[in-house]
Design a protein around this ligand. Structure first.
Ligand SMILES: [Zn+2]
Length: 99
């Protein structure tokens, strides 16, 4: 895919539960606010930025990326998460039928 680009990563600290978590810098910029994924508190602070491609590859973070072409993004979404959504729907329908 032509428009596929690695996202820089941002490491956060949560002052409420003392946990650390990593976000894509691209997604961070899109978000209105950042909450801790563990306790949902907003008292979080970004403190490490990883922007070097070699380092990102070394961390095995190739899958944390995005497509700059929205059409390509939609296609790739359909091929992975879209299929999983349909499978989940089938499973939920089957479960409702049995209940
Ligand atoms: Zn927290």
């Amino acid at each position: 895919m032509k428009s596929y680009v690695l996202d820089s990563l941002v490491k956060y600290h949560c002052f409420n539960c003392n946990s650390e978590f990593i976000l894509s810098e691209y997604r961070e910029k899109q978000a209105k606010k950042v909450n801790c994924p563990y306790c949902q508190n907003e008292d979080v602070e970004a403190y490490v930025y990883a922007r070097d491609e070699e380092l990102l590859n070394g961390l095995g973070c190739l899958a944390i990326a995005h497509h700059e072409d929205p059409g390509e993004e939609k296609y790739v979404y359909e091929m992975t998460w879209g299929r999983i959504e349909r499978e989940r729907e089938k499973y939920e329908n089957r479960r409702d039928f049995k209940a």
